[in-house]
Design a protein around this ligand. Structure first.
Ligand code: NAD
Ligand code: AHE
Ligand code: ZN
Ligand code: ZN
Length: 372
């Protein structure tokens, strides 16, 4: 197979708008797959890396990690996917063989984590270039390109009847929020829950809490325009911290007779992470960090918060193992267990992808889905 040209949104440097370019893409090498991306969501993590706050951020790069696509070609030795298969790219791959995959304790496969973090394919090189100069991959997925190359272990093969322009959201946001509640926290019927931040992740956590039959779901955001959707999805209470002259954790502790059973931080704000921990019930409350914080930022609390039984944990991709478990999320969507339309507040062609970032920063969108 010869190299091809592909339309892609290139991030040439931190803080710069993406630039739509025709770039060169090398064919898939051994163990790699060429995928035609049909649609991709824009997640806050793309904006985080574009901003320059990501310690692993590297430029020039093709961002995007919430895609849905169709296999166009396979490299030597690829057996688990074939041309025409519908796939969701995985920034958390699943090799099934590494210590992490075999542990049964985590979804954080480490088989290719080092090269992925350097913006490279597992052989240490990039498939993307422009005028002979390499452009880096992002999170092993680079879905802001019409065509992209991924390792075979970074693809979940899904039901062909699923609409890719919707289930692309299961490539990150929706799976992360639902999985954090059901997989990481394992919320049980009757539990009380607080969700901080009502973007794509927080709203998906609300869906997860409803599915887990939580008795109370307190949705917290400083942007009240998010409250209607939160209530529609099942939040029982909505709270704006700006309405109170005391710390929001005190407000929630008072509302819940001592604190919630579980809280979820879906923003990436280290002060809010502290509030999320401290609004948990003494003795057993657990707080799950989902939000990604900028370089150099650290969390803090009084150790007494943990001595007295609160638990602080975190989750990536909702603890979901992409190849073995994500196809079932697609089936559950197809079976009508949850919906995705509410999340897709905007759709745009690739050429207008910068508007998706504007909408996110202005707090006007939940998810913009980009079409190619
Ligand atoms: P988003 O921008 O769509 O939503 C964030 C929400 O937080 C907004 O509604 C905003 O109004 C609200 N918010 C901001 N500051 C607040 C504050 N001080 N108090 C209360 N609410 C506040 O973002 P998203 O796409 O939903 O992503 C949320 C976070 O999750 C980001 O940090 C993202 O990088 C991270 N993330 C992590 C994972 C993971 O696997 N751990 C996966 C996806 C996203
Ligand atoms: N590169 C950042 C960390 C970014 C991060 O935590 N990414 C999450 C996924 S966010 C998806 O929207 C993740 O999967 N983390 C696990 C991992 O191995 O990257 C940094 O701080 O260096
Ligand atoms: Zn994401
Ligand atoms: Zn592995």
């Amino acid at each position: 197979m010869q190299p091809i040209k592909t339309r892609a949104a290139v991030a040439w440097g931190p803080g710069q708008p993406l630039s739509i370019e025709e770039v060169d893409l090398m064919p898939p090498q051994a163990g790699e797959v060429l995928v035609r991306i049909i649609a991709t969501g824009v997640c806050h993590t793309d904006a985080y890396t574009l901003s320059g706050d990501d310690p692993e951020g590297i430029f020039p790069v093709i961002l995007g990690h919430e895609g849905g696509g169709i296999v166009e070609a396979v490299g030597e030795g690829v057996t688990s996917v074939a041309v025409g298969d519908h796939v969701i790219p995985l920034y958390t791959p699943e090799c099934g063989k590494c210590k992490f995959c075999l542990s049964g304790k985590t979804n954080l496969c480490q088989a290719i984590r080092a090269t992925q973090g350097q913006g490279l394919m597992p052989d240490g090189t990039s498939r993307f270039s422009k005028d002979g100069k390499p452009i880096y991959h992002y999170m092993g997925t680079s879905t802001f390109s019409e065509y992209t190359v991924l390792p075979e272990i970074s693809l979940a093969k899904i039901n062909k009847t699923a609409p890719l322009e919707k289930v692309c959201l299961l490539g990150c946001g929706v799976t992360t929020g639902m999985g954090a509640v059901m997989n990481t926290a394992k919320v049980q019927p009757g539990d009380t829950v607080a969700v901080f931040g009502l973007g794509g992740i927080g709203l998906s956590a609300i869906i997860g809490a409803v599915m887990a039959k939580a008795s109370r779901i307190i949705a917290i955001d400083i942007n009240e325009s998010k409250f209607a959707i939160a209530k529609q999805l099942g939040a029982t209470d909505v709270v704006n911290p700006k309405d109170y002259d005391k710390p929001i954790q005190e407000v929630i502790v008072e509302m819940t007779d001592g604190g919630v059973d579980f809280s979820f931080e879906c923003i990436g704000n280290v002060q809010v992470m502290r509030s999320a921990l401290e609004c948990c019930h003494k003795g057993w409350g657990e707080s799950v960090i989902i939000g990604v914080a900028g370089a150099g930022q650290e969390i803090s609390t009084r150790p007494f918060q943990l001595v007295t039984g609160r638990v602080w944990r975190g989750t990536a991709f909702g603890g979901v193992k992409g190849r073995s478990e994500l196809p079932d999320y697609v089936e559950r969507y197809l079976a009508g267990e949850f919906e995705l339309d509410t999340f897709i507040t905007h759709t745009l062609p690739l050429e207008r992808i910068n508007e998706a970032f504007d909408l996110m920063h202005e707090g006007k969108s939940i998810r913009t889905v980009i079409h190619f």
